[in-house]
Ligand binder design. Structure first.
Ligand code: SF4
Ligand code: SF4
Length: 374
């Protein structure tokens, strides 16, 4: 396992990070412990959790698994967890959350504490406002309960670049993979230049890339190469990336991911360029989630969210599309602002703004039809 310094903290973290959001099944404590222990055995020392992951078991299972390690080993492990402005909107809410998390994680301190899932600059400003979540985390840091402050984001690269200017944060986690690299690359480079650690998540597009071998098999180096290995290798090869986070559900996932991590001897910009070139030649474009198209939609449709369903359907991933549709509908106000693909009036404004020149109206019609909305 290779290790890199987390920003300028002096802490050496494994280039492969353990995403504790996919324990499989999510309520099997014994399997979770075995999986975490396998990761420690193979050299992983960066563990990322959050409230709500795995039916809210993630922090508890991770804490228990780590507490069973010898005390000397425990000192070598770094734990990251999060707070969300949605559930913890004030500084006091965050303070309470941290107390609960320390108990669940069975630790005296949390190594890396993230303001979670920042979608855009506006949300970032609300997180940083006086009395808001950042203030709560900062106070906890002053009290010695947190070692380093970080944030995670799904914002555009230019917005991330703004967020890391004169930043009080020491690290940022962002969704990054071959499908959305153009959306985030500017932010990744800016964060790295500003001295922040860069963690990537969703290396397989939240599972999307696992099912799209036929469309995206071009990532493989040769016939013997595994498609998923190639997707991961693309991210490991970025010089700016500190940790590649990958969700691991069972010990076999850990073994597979560690093998890929170990096969990359170091950052390699040429590999990155070669893969991007191959992707561009495909001529097949997918939604990057950049949200430029939303600006003029008279119906207020959350086009970037619905396009995830459209892309799954294009890739033949009907089961994944159904899973996402169910998730979006469970909290339709938050995800969809209660607007559906059927609400598109086919005015065409969004297509003029789409950075990928996608036929949005056609794709939304496919979504509406597939889910029987019309
Ligand atoms: S075509 Fe549909 S989704 Fe696009 S801007 Fe018009 S109403 Fe909105
Ligand atoms: S549809 Fe186009 S403009 Fe809209 S989020 Fe996707 S890529 Fe960006």
């Amino acid at each position: 396992m290779r290790y890199k310094e987390y920003g300028k903290t002096g802490k050496q973290v494994s280039v492969l990070g353990f995403g504790a959001m996919r324990f499989d099944p999510p309520d099997d404590e014994e399997n979770a412990i075995k999986t975490v222990h396998k990761a420690v055995e193979l050299g992983i020392n960066y563990f990322d959790s959050a409230p709500g992951y795995c039916k809210d078991n993630s922090e508890t299972f991770l804490g228990k698994a780590l507490s069973l390690l010898p005390p000397e080993k425990q000192k070598e492990i770094y734990v990251s967890t999060k707070t969300s402005i949605g559930s913890d909107p004030t500084a006091d809410d965050v303070r309470k959350r941290i107390e609960d998390q320390l108990k669940k994680l069975r630790r005296d301190t949390i190594t890396f504490y993230n303001q979670w899932c920042i979608m855009d600059l506006d949300q970032f400003k609300r997180v940083m406002a006086p009395g808001g979540p950042f203030e709560g985390a900062q106070k906890a840091k002053e009290e010695g309960l947190i070692e380093h402050l970080a944030f995670s984001t799904h914002a555009r690269g230019d917005e991330i670049a703004e967020m890391v200017k004169d930043s009080p944060f020491e690290g940022v986690t962002m969704g990054y993979n071959i499908l959305n690299h153009r959306l985030r690359n500017e932010g990744m480079k800016a964060a790295h230049a500003a001295g922040l650690a860069v963690m990537t998540m969703n290396p397989l597009g939240g599972g999307m890339l696992c099912h799209s071998e036929e469309k995206l098999g071009f990532l493989r180096e040769d016939e013997s190469d595994h498609f998923i290995s190639a997707s991961l290798r693309f991210i490991f090869s970025h010089p700016e990336v500190t940790v590649v986070l990958s969700g691991m559900g069972v010990p076999e996932h850990v073994e597979f991911n560690v093998e890929v991590a170990n096969s990359v001897k170091g950052p390699n910009p040429e590999t990155v360029e070669r893969i991007i070139e191959k992707y561009d030649k495909l001529g097949e474009k997918y939604c990057t989630g950049c949200r430029y198209c939303l600006e003029d939609c008279p119906e207020g449709i959350q086009i970037h969210i619905l396009m995830r369903l459209a892309d799954c359907l294009r890739m033949g991933m009907d089961a994944e599309a159904k899973r996402l549709y169910e998730m979006f509908n469970k909290n339709a106000e938050m995800w969809l602002k209660n607007k559906y693909a059927k609400d598109c009036t086919e005015c065409g404004s969004c297509e003029d703004l789409c950075t990928q020149q996608l036929p949005i109206q056609e794709y939304l019609a496919n979504v509406a039809e597939f889910f029987g909305e019309k």
